[in-house]
Design a protein around this ligand. Structure first.
Ligand code: G6P
Ligand code: MG
Length: 216
């Protein structure tokens, strides 16, 4: 098989943290006096914390100073962290652990490529850290997806070429990032949002190494 490494986005691919991001952003919006819906929340997938806040304020039609924005982003993050600190391993998405085990047994390298600065906390909380050979998170990148930086750093850390990597992503910006980096990409979710990926699957429930091999 040509595939030597699998790179995983975290939120929405390994674990369903999107609901906690949503609750924390919604609370903030409500305090600022406007509503924030699940549909609005789709726009924040794969987007950095500060850009997410900018989108939220745009939805509410609110303009604030940079200082106030930093304060609000911090408030949101503290709430989000209070939710993820209570997460349990059963919140890992179905099929993820068995697929990661298969990769380990097959000697395929693995990395996380996420915009989240909370990635290490989530992985520790869910006992997932040891499944990954490298963790590239929001603390280690300067360019947001669709820039390929996060995945190229992942490939470099694993000492493989971009062509030898497959990226798993649930956000359109993340799929674009993988393609921009010259990598293969499997979308997690619906074709309507992720149609440009090489393959789209609903999740890892019935995805195995055999399916991955067919990408060659
Ligand atoms: C991921 C999520 C985004 C989130 C971003 C930053 O990409 O999909 O919704 O805004 O990470 O997360 P953080 O935990 O650093 O606020
Ligand atoms: Mg994601």
């Amino acid at each position: 098989m040509n595939i030597k490494a699998c790179l995983f986005d975290l939120d929405g691919v390994i674990v369903d943290t999107a609901k906690y991001h949503f609750i924390a952003w919604k609370e903030l919006a409500n305090e600022l006096g406007f509503d924030f819906t699940e549909e609005h929340n789709e726009r924040l997938k794969g987007v950095s914390r500060m850009t997410s806040l900018d989108i939220l304020l745009e939805i509410g039609g609110i303009e604030l100073s940079q200082e106030k924005k930093l304060e609000l982003a911090d408030t949101k993050n503290k709430r989000y962290v209070s939710y993820i600190e209570k997460m349990e391993p059963d919140e890992i998405l179905p099929g993820v652990v068995s697929f990661l085990n298969e990769l380990r047994l097959a000697g395929i390298k693995t990395a996380i490529g996420s915009a989240s600065k909370n990635a290490p906390l989530i992985l520790t909380r869910l006992n997932l850290t040891s499944f990954f050979d490298a963790i590239i998170d929001g603390n280690r990148v300067s360019k947001a997806k669709p820039d390929p930086e996060v995945f190229l750093k992942g490939a470099a850390a694993l000492e493989v070429s971009a062509q030898e990597c497959v990226v798993f992503e649930d956000a359109a910006a993340g799929v674009e990032a993988a393609l921009n980096g010259g990598m293969k990409c499997i979308g997690i979710g619906e074709t309507v949002n992720l149609g440009m990926a090489h393959m789209v699957i609903p999740g890892f429930q019935s995805f195995t190494l055999k399916d991955l091999e067919q990408m060659n």
